[in-house]
Ligand binder design. Structure first.
Ligand SMILES: [Zn+2]
Length: 442
């Protein structure tokens, strides 16, 4: 239900503004824009909706800076493998088998999980085909999404026939999708070029993506330096370190977001910092694929902007933003000590860091006047969160995604009292089961 005015009343407000302000009172939005943070708000029209946020923390929605909702149906089908085997043996064959209906089922399953868990925005990478089905699901669901089709024009026998494409076809389809989807629904949906990773793309494609992204003012979303075998293969093929290679073909800069960046040389770190390239940290995925641990505090110290994401269901195996947030905070502590990555800093990565990775730092990621109203209310009246003393501690160390009560995106109610208003959850479960049976024949 879209109201002209929505007011969250009675919660503890964690703004994630630059000063880290915490407030009490109302958070109000009008026509999708935040118009008040704290204090008492007086509605300006008769069409308003007051959300009771007593016993809740009211905060910016989580921004997941790296997802693949096209992979959700492969949850549990690719466990206990390392990256290149995981891709070639399980994920690529799965993606090649998707038709438009299965893609819709996969995207809706993933997006519904994200929304009910308090994720209001995603930077998503699709598969090679059926990207319209992902954007269409995002449009109907109410989620804020920046995404694009995966680009895979390299000649590689490990890539299944169903995912192979020519350089021209990959660029043409990307341009057509950009034309159809970029800026849709008042800018809630945006296109990003998504060359999959260095090994699945030709040099020619990457250079052209670099050129077109700048010309069309859109973002580039890719993967890099996730795993030692991948890095060794990049070095063998191109004679360069992975991030250095991407930079050499124009894939770096403030409009570029690279998932993982786990194994970096000092020169590559300096390159990321100098170019303003964003790093997308995926703690569960990096642990499960045994890829390694991204040295996030070291990157932050160089001024590199970092966002957090769940990656895809087959490498996680869920899309729980609060779990990723908790892990991102905990993961650094054994190596660098308990004061490393305090809760307030981790929360900033999961909100503002993601917003910056989507190029939307001035629009979302914090509760501030004039920003788009992407707001969630999270219950702190739970056995596992009481007594709820320090809001940052509650959010990062104790909250579960199932504690999310209300979600507003762009001023529209998407989740109310833990119920998804935009999509039919029973139908999503049924369609996912049917599509998975068809894809896996089991
Ligand atoms: Zn990924």
């Amino acid at each position: 239900v879209n109201r002209s005015e929505v007011i969250f009343r009675g919660g503890t407000i964690v703004t994630v503004d630059a000063a880290g302000s915490i407030a009490t009172g109302d958070v109000a939005c009008r026509d999708g824009i935040i118009v008040q943070v704290g204090g008492d708000y007086m509605p300006q029209s008769s069409r308003y909706d007051i959300i009771d946020a007593a016993g809740c923390i009211v905060m910016p929605g989580l921004v997941q800076a790296h997802t693949h909702v096209c992979q959700t149906l492969a949850r549990g089908r690719a466990d206990d493998l390392e990256l290149l085997d995981w891709l070639a043996q399980r994920v690529w064959p799965y993606e090649a088998s998707l038709d438009a209906d299965a893609m819709t089922a996969s995207a809706e399953l993933g997006i519904a999980e994200l929304l009910l868990g308090g994720t209001t925005a995603m930077l998503d990478m699709g598969s090679v085909h059926h990207t319209d089905a992902i954007f269409d699901a995002a449009l109907r669901s109410g989620i804020r999404a920046t995404g694009g089709k995966a680009m895979m024009d390299a000649v590689d026998p490990l890539i299944p026939a169903g995912l192979r494409e020519t350089t021209k076809a990959s660029l043409d389809e990307s341009a057509a999708l950009l034309q159809r989807w970029h800026g849709r629904d008042d800018g809630r949906l945006q296109y990003a070029y998504a060359p999959r990773f260095a090994l699945s793309c030709t040099d020619e494609l990457l250079r052209e993506v670099s050129r077109q992204a700048v010309a069309k003012s859109v973002r580039i979303h890719t993967h890099g330096s996730e795993n030692h075998s991948e890095i060794a293969e990049v070095a063998k093929r191109f004679g360069k370190e992975n991030i250095a290679y991407l930079d050499s073909v124009g894939i770096s800069g403030a409009h570029v977001s690279i998932a993982h960046c786990i194994h970096l040389s000092q020169a590559e770190r300096a390159l990321l910092a100098r170019s303003g390239t964003h790093v997308l940290h995926c703690p569960s995925s990096n642990l499960k694929l045994a890829s390694g641990i991204c040295e996030v505090p070291e990157l932050l110290a160089l001024g590199i902007s970092v966002g957090i994401g769940a990656d895809g269901a087959p490498c996680n195996n869920n899309l729980d933003g609060f779990l990723e947030l908790r892990l991102a905070a905990l993961l650094q502590k054994p190596r660098l000590g308990p004061r490393t990555m305090p809760a307030s800093q981790a929360l900033r990565l999961a909100t503002m860091g993601g917003a910056a990775a989507m190029g939307l730092a001035d629009q979302i990621g914090s509760l501030e006047l004039g920003k788009r109203a992407d707001i969630i209310a999270v219950s702190t009246d739970e056995l596992h969160t009481l007594p709820a003393v320090n809001p940052y501690s509650v959010i990062v160390y104790a909250t579960k995604s199932s504690d999310v009560r209300h979600v507003v995106i762009d001023g529209a109610m998407v989740v109310r009292d833990r119920q998804l208003l935009t999509l039919d959850v029973s139908a999503i479960k049924r369609n996912a089961a049917t599509a998975a049976r068809r894809i896996f024949r089991a």
